[in-house]
Design a binder for this molecule. Structure first.
Ligand code: BYC
Length: 311
């Protein structure tokens, strides 16, 4: 047996036995590339995801709401940083990944290309967007790659606070005036379908799912998780008193799940092509922040160099 064969066998046995692959282990190049692609996209999503909600920090209606929103947006920065660190254990370079984000070579979640028009959007993002994120990310705590799986455990705990703060905000607004209730309904109407798109293309059009499931990076398909999210969210909408904007949404007793209407996949594709309502703004803002931070990176590098030389 050659060394590569034995390394490959070790990799396959580790996956088969449901144990974790660690940075010291040999992995097939495609496994490494798939993980870097997915984790980098995830990290970029957390960082770009700070923008839509960050838009409301200076206009939060009370000190309490402002403190909650600040904490949530800061958590997202933290998630981005853990995830960039996880890509570094695979040999990726953080500066290079940022460059790929800014130049449009790497994606981030479609959901963050929609505008936040009212303060109800803050609540609806917590409820639906973080709710969808939890559905997608809890299974990632069992991902075969150790550093990613461990980062996801902490991230999921924080996401569940994010989801609750959103739902609590919406509950408060629904107990308020008719205008506030209308704001919640209108925000729900805008965010519902893009939230369903977060789970990715339908299984038949998902080129990466089969291999990622075989490697136990993904534990469920895009459609399975989307269905789980719909089933979880419908009773929450009822408790809240809002209507989900889908006339085809109904309980299917035979399947034990909700049927739902056709998703507009042409909209999803357009957003991925860069033509969503806020793509250009989101990337330009990230680029500006990166350029403005150049002096910090230079100073940190000079400081590290000085210490190395002194040692
Ligand atoms: N948006 O073969 P598929 C958050 C791409 S952060 C854009 O199914 P895969 C939060 C996909 O990358 C939420 N692109 O791919 C933060 C692939 O393109 P490439 C982010 C999408 O990887 C702040 C192509 O379409 N969560 O929750 O097997 C505030 C074909 O798709 C999208 C994560 O990143 C999309 N929605 O499955 C609040 C979770 N969907 O790369 C909340 C980790 C698909 O081949 N990621 N694409 O050019 C995953 O679980 C998987 O990567 C996905 C896609 C389920 C997203």
């Amino acid at each position: 047996m050659t060394t590569t064969e034995s390394l490959e066998t070790h990799f396959e046995r580790t996956i088969e036995a449901d144990q974790r692959i660690e940075p010291r282990d040999w992995v097939p190049e495609k496994y490494r590339a798939t993980l870097i692609r997915q984790i980098a996209q995830h990290a970029h999503s957390e960082i770009i995801g700070m923008q839509p909600e960050g838009n409301w920090i200076t206009r939060a209606p009370s000190l309490r709401r402002k403190a909650i929103l600040l904490a949530k947006v800061q958590d997202e920065a933290g998630h981005g940083l853990y995830l960039y660190s996880a890509t570094e254990t695979l040999g990726a370079d953080r500066g290079d990944l940022t460059e790929r984000l800014i130049s449009g070579k790497q994606k981030y979640s479609s959901i963050f290309n929609y505008p936040t028009l009212t303060f109800a959007d803050v609540g609806v993002i917590g409820w639906l967007v973080d709710g969808a994120a939890i559905c997608n990310q809890v299974p990632l705590c069992r991902c075969s790659y150790g550093p990613y799986a461990r980062a996801m455990i902490r991230i999921c705990k924080e996401e569940s606070f994010h989801q609750r703060q959103g739902y609590e905000l919406l509950m408060t607004m629904m107990r308020g005036t008719a205008a506030q209730r209308e704001m919640v309904q209108e925000a729900t109407n805008r965010w519902w379908w893009p939230s369903l798109m977060m789970f990715g293309p339908p299984d038949g059009d998902s080129p990466n799912t089969a291999q990622s499931m075989a490697w136990k990076i993904k534990r469920h398909t895009n459609d399975e998780l989307r269905q789980r999210f719909v089933d979880m969210t419908v009773p929450q909408a009822e408790a809240l008193g809002v209507t989900l904007p889908d006339p085809d949404l109904r309980w299917n007793a035979e399947r034990g799940s909700y049927d739902f209407g056709e998703i507009d996949w042409s909209e999803f594709k357009e957003v991925l092509r860069g033509n969503g309502p806020c793509n250009a703004q989101r990337v330009a803002h990230r680029k500006r922040a990166h350029d403005e931070g150049a002096w910090v990176r230079e100073a940190a590098a000079a400081h590290a160099r000085k210490h190395r030389e002194a040692a």
